[in-house]
Design a protein around this ligand. Structure first.
Ligand code: GLN
Length: 256
């Protein structure tokens, strides 16, 4: 009898665990989002012009896009500002509906999330302090300290440089500040954000060499086809209307 009770308790525990797990892993489909009345965007607001904080509010190209998606769904937009390297995990565990963070599509990320259509072409570049004659391109980074934002494609590229020491920061802006004070020798970063950094730091320069070409897209829970369809419809419309370029121009401090 004791044994039966023990087995029954175990079965019950397993059943509860399954229900709980299924509960937190439920996919935020379009119906779920509509009945909830809000779309939750996960981002890292240290990546101008795509997301940055101005007068206490998160704004940028990605926020403009997210507003269009929320309007299409007829719901409010909630923005959650978090560490970039936590976004994919948070999407997987259902803490947000969409990761919109100037996020480049990579094979590795595709193992964990689905992406929308691409909405921006990007490239990675190297920043150094003005007057640095030692670092002239990728082949001179060996043995140097490279600053990056943790979990980004820059992190992956820099980590692949033979003999380099990688310093990982919460944002690229922090990496640039660290370089100014001599804590690292170079920063690898997306070109448009590099331009924003240059606009406010006259003592930093960008090298000509391009380390990689990438595309930004919006990520979501794997298999969330209804949401992916709405996101793609909105992005395709914005691209066709030239709106994304307009948003970029509006949010560039450098005026480029
Ligand atoms: N595009 C880069 C990446 O996906 C950086 C994105 C970001 O820092 N917000 O890794």
């Amino acid at each position: 009898m004791k044994r039966i009770m023990r087995i029954a308790a175990l079965v019950l525990a397993l059943l509860l665990a399954t229900i709980l797990f299924a509960g937190c892993a439920s996919t935020p489909t379009v119906d779920v989002i509509k009945s909830r009345g809000k779309l939750v965007m996960l981002t890292n607001a240290g990546f101008p012009p795509f997301e940055y904080v101005s007068e206490g509010a998160v704004c940028g190209v990605d926020v403009d896009i997210a507003r269009e998606i929320a309007a299409e769904l007829g719901v409010e937009l909630e923005i959650q500002d978090m560490d970039f390297d936590g976004i994919i995990g948070a999407i997987k565990s259902g803490k947000g509906d969409l990761g919109i963070a100037g996020m480049s599509v990579t094979e590795e990320r595709l193992k964990n999330v689905d992406f929308s259509v691409n909405y921006v072409d990007s490239k990675l570049v190297i920043l150094v302090k003005d007057g640095n004659t030692e670092i002239t391109g990728a082949d001179t980074l060996s043995g140097k300290k490279i600053g990056v934002q943790s979990g980004t494609t820059s992190d992956v590229i820099a980590t692949g440089v033979d003999g380099a020491e990688i310093l990982r920061y919460k944002t690229f802006l922090d990496a640039a500040t660290a370089m100014k004070s001599g804590k690292c020798d170079a920063v690898v970063v997306d070109e448009m954000t590099a331009n924003e950094i240059l606009a406010v730091n006259k003592d930093i320069v960008m090298l000509e060499e391009v380390l990689s070409t990438e595309q930004y897209a919006i990520c979501m829970r794997k298999g969330n086809e209804s949401l992916q369809e709405v996101v793609n419809t909105v992005l395709n419309r914005l691209l066709a209307e030239g709106k994304i370029d307009e948003y970029i121009a509006n949010h560039m401090a450098s005026g480029e």
